[in-house]
Design a protein around this ligand. Sequence first.
Ligand code: NAP
Length: 309
Amino acid sequence: MEKVVIIGTGCAGLTAAVYTARANLEPLVLSGTMPGGLLTTTSIVENFPGFPEGIDGYELMTRMQQQAEKFGAKVRFATVDSVDLSARPIKLVIDGEPVETESLIVATGAGHRHLGVPGEEILEKKGVTYCATCDGALPMFRNQPLVVVGGGDSACEEAMYLTRFASTVYLIHRRDSLRASRIMAERTLANPKIKPVWNTVVTEVLDPALGKVTGVRLKNLQTSTEELLPCAGVFVAVGHLPNTQLFKDVLPLDENGYFLTTQGSATKIPGVFVAGDCADHVYRQAITAAGMGCMAAIDAERYLAGLNQ
Ligand code: NAP
C-alpha cells in the first residue's frame, strides 16, 4: 500500500514529489508518456526564479527529479490504465499492475491543441509538429520557409527558435495583435526573419498525396481571400488541452475539461488532490505549477496525518 501516488512528472508532480518525499511519505511518482512534462520541450526558461541566466527546460526538470529522488521519491516510467476512487484505499492499475494508495495527487498537465484542419493529422511528423525544440533542427526544415500558427507565448517562442534554421518563419495568427507577453511579442516582431500574417487562419495543410508538407492554404478572416503559402513545415502552437480524460467520469471538470477543486488542491473526493496545468487554465506557468504541486503535497500530508489520528 502506497501512502501517496503522484501522477505526472512535470513541475507540479515533481514539486509535489520533493515535498512529500521530504515528509517521509516515499511517494510513488508516475511519469506518464512525457517524462518531465511540457517544459522538457521548451528551450531556455527565463522566468523561473533563481536562474538569472535562464535554464534549459530539460535540465530544470532533470534537476527537479534528482531533488525528489534524493529525498526518497520512487520515480517510475509508467502510465495509469485506470483509477477507482469509489472506495478506500484508492485503486489504480499501472501498466497492468494493481496498486493501492491512501492518497493521490493528479498532476497530469496538458497536451497540445490541434488545429483540426485537413492534412494536419496525416502529415504529423512529416512536417507538421507541435514542438520546435524537438523537431526544428531536422534536416527537412533547414533553410526552408516554415509556418508557425498561434499568437501566444508558445508561438512566439517557437518562431524565435526556428529562425536559427529557417529561411523565413511565417507567424500565422487569427487576430491582428499577439496574445503573448509584451517582452516576447516585442522580440518576435523585431526579428527580421519572422513575418507575421495577421487575421489569418490555416484551412488546410498540403500535400498528403506527397507524404510531406509542401505548403498551407490560408484564409484571411477579414477579406475571406485565400492563398497558398509554400513551406516545408507547420509548427502548431495554439494552446493546450488538459490531460484529464482518465478522470472525466469520476472527478468534476469545468466546461474546458480542467479539474475543479473544492479547497486548495482538494477535490470532492477525500484524499485526491490536483495540481498544475490540468487544474489551471489561467496562469499555466512553470512556477505556478510548482506552487500548486507544493500545495497538493501539503494538503495530502495533512489528509494522511488526519487519517492516523
Ligand atoms: P495561449 O496563450 O492559450 O495562446 C494560444 C494562441 O493560439 C492564441 O494566440 C490563440 O488565438 C491561438 N489559437 C487558439 N486556438 C486556435 C485555433 N483553433 N486556430 C488558430 N489559432 C488559435 O497558449 P500558449 O502560447 O501555449 O501559452 C500557454 C501558457 O503558457 C500561457 O499562460 C503562456 O504565458 C505560457 N507560456 C509562457 C512562456 C514563457 O513565459 N516563456 C512560454 C510558453 C508558454 P487568440 O489570441 O485569438 O485567442
